[in-house]
Design a binder for this molecule. Structure first.
Ligand SMILES: NC(=O)c1ccc[n+]([C@@H]2O[C@H](COP(=O)([O-])OP(=O)(O)OC[C@H]3O[C@@H](n4cnc5c(N)ncnc54)[C@H](O)[C@@H]3O)[C@@H](O)[C@H]2O)c1
Length: 304
């Protein structure tokens, strides 16, 4: 018995990397899987690998940021397997560059694949569940780059922070149809991280913390009815760790006794917010700490 016996799941960008591992795990848990990728060969290879293992998968080729392609992904799942139970928005690209040098094309490409891609596929799935009823499950893919802010990734981080917000809002809107929507912020050794973090060391023997397949079990859980009570949440998923992120939260407040502020008064008092919260006033690289921990953890022997 798997968590997803008899269920039907579609994934975007599942031809390689984290999505490939997710597709294989979802199928291993009993789901019939539709493996989308813009790269036809990659999608076909993963679908064939799943079929060879005795599980059920078909390939779908298309750009998930195009509304017609996203709709055809949902349509193909329903036409082939008769239903839709979960959607995993995974497809992604990076075009890293500091903002002053970033071209409009680099900005638009990243926003399109991530934000428009999440909109297009989730929209098609929600329309299906609105018409046919739930339950349904949506898994979105955010990133610590958006939750924490990573140097050189203003396009990617803006999209990924947007995806976290998107997930919490879709969760509220779709609750009445018994549809959950959660986001993960994964981290793993794939071609994307080679650009963002520099090379992450290969593992030798022992638990390979940064193996992309480590992300898949949490995604299988969030795609299943076992997670029906969890929605609108953002989970960090790395190696053998799963974290729960708190949404943007106010940590300090000042007021002006019922009068509009003068800018001068604010100039004199905003430091109180900084002092009360312990937050650094200037720009901070919260990803630096994570990057350090990534390097530490890439050694295969550092964890039991
Ligand atoms: N690797 C990490 O550490 C990390 C960290 C945070 C978030 N993520 C996110 O995880 C997801 C998977 O990334 P990955 O690291 O496995 O990268 P990857 O490059 O290995 O895989 C991404 C896949 O998406 C496909 N794709 C790209 N654009 C597409 C489109 N428009 N339509 C359909 N398919 C498309 C690619 O062909 C590729 O097969 C992405 O959303 C990424 O932003 C990854």
């Amino acid at each position: 018995m798997g968590l997803l016996d008899g269920r039907v799941v579609v994934l975007s960008g599942a031809g390689r990397g984290i999505g490939r591992g997710e597709a294989i795990e979802l199928a291993r848990q009993g789901a019939s899987v539709v493996v989308n990728d813009v790269d036809a060969e990659a999608a076909a290879a993963v679908a064939a690998e799943i079929a060879d293992s005795g599980a059920t998968a078909i390939a779908h080729v298309g750009d998930c940021s195009e509304v017609e392609a996203a709709q055809s992904l949902v349509d193909q799942a329903v036409a082939t397997f008769g239903r839709l139970d979960a959607v995993v928005n995974n497809a992604g690209i990076v075009r890293d560059r500091t903002l002053a040098k970033m071209t409009p094309e680099e900005w638009d490409a990243v926003i399109a694949v991530h934000l428009r891609g999440h909109y297009a596929l989730t929209h098609a799935a929600c329309a299906y569940w609105k018409e046919h009823g739930g339950p349904g499950h949506i898994v979105c893919t955010a990133s610590t780059s958006g939750l924490l802010g990573n140097f050189g990734q203003s396009n990617y981080g803006a999209a990924k922070a947007g995806i976290a917000a998107f997930s919490t809002i879709v969760a509220q809107e779709m609750a009445r149809y018994e549809v959950t929507c959660n986001a993960i912020a994964p981290a793993a050794r794939t071609r994307i991280t080679e650009g963002a973090y520099g090379r992450i060391g290969d593992a030798g023997d022992g638990f390979d913390f940064w193996h992309p397949d480590n992300v898949a079990p949490m995604v299988a859980f969030l795609s299943s009815s076992a997670s029906a009570h969890i929605s609108g949440k953002v989970f960090g998923v790395q190696g053998d760790t799963v974290e729960l992120y708190r949404p943007w939260t106010s940590v300090a407040v000042i007021d002006n006794g019922g009068r509009r502020w003068d800018a001068d008064e604010l100039a004199a008092r905003v430091h109180e917010l900084v002092a009360a919260s312990g937050i650094v006033a200037g720009p901070e690289n919260a990803m630096a700490k994570l990057r350090f921990s990534m390097t530490e953890r890439s050694a295969p022997t550092d964890r039991p």
